[in-house]
Design a protein around this ligand. Structure first.
Ligand SMILES: [Zn+2]
Ligand SMILES: [Zn+2]
Length: 372
């Protein structure tokens, strides 16, 4: 195996390339060596994969930063070293999603056709999950509307007893040729819109479309540790295709609902816990909420407001890997808004002793000491 090429070089961009320029450069590269344009060309395919790998890293700000600092070594062994994409379909899946099909779609007719028949459209839904569901993983019951074959015409759009005929305008090719001077240009047949077939007596129930909307109840398996914005692809649960062609796929985009107590950062959970000045000054053991219940946490004497404690393993599971994240607990002093006479008296007395002990230092002296 030869040495890995620099990712910026692979995409032919400068190191300070902006995300937009990067996307454009990748798009250009991908189209150049797209396997549909270079059938049977192993070198083009290798280039296509290399470009996808480079883009996968550079389009992710985290990964790009690591790559800039440490090169290929910064991306870790095994986790990503060209292994993410084992075949061309993986690449379509990864980036077809990111760009909503637009990246390749414009040039290659949206859906890749299989056997000349149009597969069903992909569908996209949003799956809302609570942090608790992310924690355990969950089976979600969902209800979607999707296109099924019309029961009356079995999906071909023709009135029962009749059948679609070969389109007379294009002779069944789906494309028409037009001559302009020296050039011959092919364009989609205006009559059959590329289908190659025409329906002379349309089915009354679907008006010749061959499809009808129906509700479907599905169960989606959501693994533990998913993150907001991720997509779960469920194969063959999209719209039905032309008779004989496969269904589209269903893409479930994860949306994480806000939690009352926790904020999330990757696999870590963050909480803020208000404490009294006395608790932080004297030390205390407090009970704090965790995603799965409660935990006891010891605050040592002399803890500053804003200090963050780490509770190991109390975070979320990681999607890939066995370790759990941590829970980060930030303690802060909650200043009382109302004080009784007695409380005020005690605080004044406390403050006086405090000042005597610290020898009446100025604010700036104290500040300097604090930051020492
Ligand atoms: Zn019909
Ligand atoms: Zn036609």
């Amino acid at each position: 195996m030869s040495e890995k090429r620099d990712y910026y070089e692979v995409l032919g961009v400068e190191r300070n390339v902006s995300p937009d320029e990067l996307k454009r450069a990748y798009r250009k590269k991908a189209l150049e060596c797209h396997p549909d344009r270079n059938p049977g060309d192993a070198q083009a395919e290798a280039k296509f994969k290399a470009a996808a790998e480079a883009y996968d890293v550079l389009a992710d700000p985290e990964k790009r930063k690591r790559y800039d600092q440490f090169g290929h070594a910064g991306l870790g062994q095994g986790s990503f070293s060209g292994t993410r994409f084992t075949n061309i379909e993986d690449i379509f899946e990864a980036f077809g999603d990111v760009f909503g099909g637009g990246l390749f779609g414009e040039f290659f007719g949206g859906q890749r056709r299989r056997g000349g028949k149009r597969p069903g459209r992909d569908l996209r839904i949003v799956l809302e999950l609570t942090l608790e569901e992310v924690d355990t993983g969950v089976e979600k019951q969902i209800s979607i509307k999707r296109t099924e074959h019309c029961g009356t015409c079995k999906g071909n759009g023709a009135k029962p007893g009749t059948a679609p005929v070969v389109c007379s305008t294009c002779g069944g090719h789906g494309q028409v040729q037009r001559s302009q001077g020296f050039f011959t240009m092919a364009s989609t047949c205006p009559r059959c819109r590329g289908a190659g077939k025409a329906i002379e007596s349309p089915c009354a129930d679907c008006r010749g479309t061959g499809g009808t909307q129906r509700k479907a109840d599905l169960e989606i398996q959501v693994p533990a540790g998913v993150e907001d914005g991720m997509t779960i692809r469920v194969g063959n649960e999209g719209d039905v295709g032309e008779p004989g062609a496969p269904r589209g796929n269903l893409h479930c985009v994860i949306r994480e609902l806000e939690h009352r107590v926790f904020q999330r950062s990757g696999a870590d959970l963050m909480t803020e816990v208000p404490c009294s000045f006395a608790q932080l000054a004297l030390g205390d053991t407090v009970e704090i909420p965790t995603l799965r219940g409660r935990a006891e946490m010891t605050i040592p004497a002399g803890t500053q407001s804003g200090k963050v404690f780490r509770l190991r393993g109390q975070g979320l599971p990681q999607l890939e890997g066995r370790a759990r994240g941590d829970q980060l607990v930030r303690v802060f002093v909650e200043t009382p808004k109302k004080l009784t006479e007695r409380q005020q008296e005690l605080l004044r007395e406390f403050d006086q002793i405090d000042q005597e002990l610290s020898g009446k230092k100025s604010f700036f002296e104290k500040l300097a000491e604090y930051f020492k």
